[in-house]
Write a protein that binds this ligand. Structure first.
Ligand SMILES: Cc1cc2nc3c(=O)[nH]c(=O)nc-3n(C[C@H](O)[C@H](O)[C@H](O)COP(=O)(O)O)c2cc1C
Length: 402
């Protein structure tokens, strides 16, 4: 229950995405938060105060000029008796009011009167989001210290239109609220970490490439976890379909050589966790144009050449991080291959895993790792990749705690 005991004032404004705020209330409450809702008049055209109040198990505040509410809680108390204000959805209209200090209804007045952190999840038509006025308002609000999550790109609920303007998913908003309210220990504060994640794509020609089944789930979870523990994290990610983790600097690359260059450019660092499944080989000379299939001709041979070994390069670098962790994806002799990698690559730990197809690890949500260190091996039981990230985070933090 990561939001246990936290009080969140949820402002719902008048956008079609207001229906998602019902789910957001559940997500916040299942994490232990108390949710007190405020709805604009516009919001009430999309979802009813009855539904919002029932899910929040609290009174819904809608009126600024309510004698009853002013005597009871009042707009100033609403603005102050909370740990965080979340606006979801945040309409273009409410953003405009906030950016200009307007206070002509309960939501905008509370937002002007608060001294609490504010997290806004905008949702609007892509044309509204990209309009110069909204761009100006957004920039003003960022400068004012308002935190934003989203919007993301995709299909709009109301119109069949596509583009940037979809409200962030409730789970992501809840995670952003957790991150903002996270007062947990920061054992890695002041430490810099580089994490690699995902596969690499090695081109054969402009349209074809050699790849592997890595999803990036493990590396991304580790990057997010190190950031949660206070580290300043640079994530170098190969091509993946999962979203960038919050709170880390992400550098997107495609090929192993690009990944090596990005990692070396991010040095010096205190910690390197090399999780990416970097292709061992690339095509020696990728064709500049699409290789054509010609009737009667044999398939073209692919001459491979070795890719840079990024873990080994970092493990033996003049600016070697204090702690170097590598992952070893094996399908045979996991422990022996892992141990020999530990020495050859100059790592402090190798997290070896059996990625044979029957394990479902490559691309899946769970992982079973053997941690090979200089002073011995440890078998971690099967757990989800987030739990592996948390356990590795604790192991890394223990190296810097004394
Ligand atoms: C069907 C419909 C959908 C709307 N969806 C959005 C939306 O997604 N985002 C937005 O900023 N405004 C949207 N609007 C416009 C707002 O409802 C309008 O600007 C309203 O004044 C916002 O009031 P509020 O910010 O006080 O809630 C929509 C309007 C209608 C009629």
């Amino acid at each position: 229950m990561t939001l246990q005991g936290k009080r969140i004032l949820l402002i719902i404004s008048g956008g079609i995405a207001a229906y998602k705020s019902l789910d957001l209330i559940r997500r916040l409450r299942e994490r232990g938060a108390a949710v007190r809702p405020v709805m604009t008049a516009g919001a009430q055209a999309f979802v009813t105060p009855l539904a919002v109040g029932a899910l929040a198990a609290d009174k819904v505040f809608t009126e600024l000029f309510s004698r009853e509410d002013e005597q009871d809680v009042g707009h100033i108390r609403l603005a102050r008796d909370c740990d965080l204000i979340v606006i979801a959805p945040a309409t273009a209209d409410l953003m405009a009011k906030m950016a200009n200090g307007l206070a002509d209804d309960l939501a905008s007045t509370v937002l002007l009167a608060t001294d609490k952190p504010v997290l806004a999840a905008p949702a609007m038509n892509p044309k509204m989001w990209s309009h110069a006025a909204t761009r100006r308002n957004h920039a003003t609000l960022v400068a004012d210290g308002i935190r934003f999550i989203g919007p993301s790109s995709g299909e709009m609920a109301e119109s069949g239109e596509k583009g940037e303007g979809r409200m962030a998913e409730p789970l992501d908003i809840a995670a952003a609220a957790e991150a903002l309210l996270d007062t947990g220990p920061k054992p890695l504060a002041g430490r810099k970490a580089i994490v690699t994640s995902g596969p690499t794509h090695e081109p054969i020609d402009p349209v074809r490439y050699i790849a592997n089944r890595s999803s990036g789930k493990q590396g991304h979870a580790i990057a997010a976890e190190l950031a949660r523990l206070g580290a300043d994290v640079t994530l170098v990610s190969g091509p993946v379909t999962i979203p960038d983790p919050k709170g880390v600097v992400v550098i997107h690359v495609e090929r192993a050589e690009e990944m090596r260059d990005a990692v070396l450019a991010a040095l010096p660092a205190d910690i390197a966790v090399m999780v990416a499944a970097v292709a061992d080989w690339r095509v020696a000379t990728a064709a500049g144009n699409k290789i054509k299939k010609k009737p009667g001709e044999a398939p073209p041979p692919l001459l491979l050449t070795e890719n840079p070994d990024i873990l080994k390069t970092v493990g033996h670098h003049a600016k070697r991080p204090k702690l170097v962790v590598g992952f070893a994806a094996e399908t045979q002799n996991v422990a022996e291959n892992g141990r020999s990698k530990l020495e050859r690559k100059g790592a402090d730990y190798i997290l070896a895993n059996d990625v044979s197809p029957h394990t479902g690890i490559m691309g899946g949500d769970r992982n079973t790792v053997k941690v090979i260190g200089k002073s011995g091996d440890e078998d971690w039981p099967e757990m989800d990749k987030q739990a592996v990230a948390e356990r590795l985070g604790r192991l890394i933090a223990s190296h810097f705690s004394g």
